[in-house]
Structures are given as structure tokens and as C-alpha cells.
Design a protein around this ligand. Sequence first.
Ligand code: RBF
Length: 167
Amino acid sequence: MALYQENNSLYNPAEYPDAFSVKVGIVTASWNNKITSKLFDGAVEVLKKSSVKENNLISIQVPGSYELTAGAQWLFQHHSPDVVIALGCVIQGETRHFDFICHAVANGLNHVSLKFGKPVIFGVLTTDNEQQALERCGGTHGHKGREAAFTALSMALLKTPAAKIGF
Ligand code: RBF
């Protein structure tokens, strides 16, 4: 069996899950677009290869990672997806904004997940610099957008009978 190179050990990338009935929302922050567009492309590639139908894939953009929470909430309220993937990239600067944004988005997404009883996947890079971020969206440290999509599908497919007898 091929060694799985990504941090999500549930799936072999050669064997995409069968997710034809899964509805996925993606909210992507525009801030650091060079990075977040790569996260988005990787996530969509995995979803498409896993047979997620085009009209079951709803994508919105928000200005920055701080707004990911409101975006995720909006997706649940208006499109009722099975799972939401939140993609962003917060890079440490000279001021304390990094800490406030990271805490707010992590807590906010968790809150939305519990409020709607549906999984919200944390695909937000929190790095010291742009190089570290680039290494995590197709570089030496894997692809966190792809991993977020695998995680989303594994959570959405928990509702299927096959997943329940998987242990
Ligand atoms: N948003 C990000 O997604 N990543 C960042 O690295 C980032 N850095 C920011 C730094 C400062 C000083 C400010 C004011 C905002 C930053 N934002 C960043 C935007 C933030 O998520 C949000 O869009 C704005 O604060 C408006 O609510």
C-alpha cells in the first residue's frame, strides 16, 4: 500500500472517498490571496476527485480570516451544507493582530460548528512568514487545503452506515 504523505491518515490519496451525496461549503479569506488561492485549488481538486457534484459545492470569499466565522455561519444559514471548510492564512506581523485574529477565528469556527451541529474544518495557516505558508500549500510541508478537504469528507461521511461499522 502506498505510504500516505499527508497528515490526514484516514485516506490514501490514490483512493479518494466516494462523496457524491455530500454538500460542501467553502469559505476562503482573500487576505494573503497568493496562499489562500492555492489552499482553495487543492481543496477543490480533492472534492472533485471524490465525486462531489458541482452544484453541491458552494464557495464564498470573505475579506480576511477574521470574517471566516461570519462566512461559515452564512453558508449554514443559506445553503445547509453537510460540512464547511474555512481557508485562510494569518501571517505574524509586528503588532499583536496575529494573536487576536487567530484566537477569534479558531474560537469562532468552533462556536459555529457547535451551534449548527455540523463540522467546520479549520484550514487556516498561522505562520511566522510567507515562506512557511508556501511550504504548507504544495511545498515541503504538504498541502493543508487538500488535507482540509479530506478531513471535511471524513467528517461528512460519518453519517453513512459504512463509516459506522468501520472500526
Ligand atoms: N487577515 C488575514 O487573513 N491574514 C492576515 O495575516 C491578516 N493580517 C492583518 C493585520 C492587520 C494589522 C489587520 C488590521 C488586519 C489583518 N487581517 C488579516 C485582516 C483581518 O482578518 C480582517 O479582515 C480585518 O481586520 C477586518 O475585520
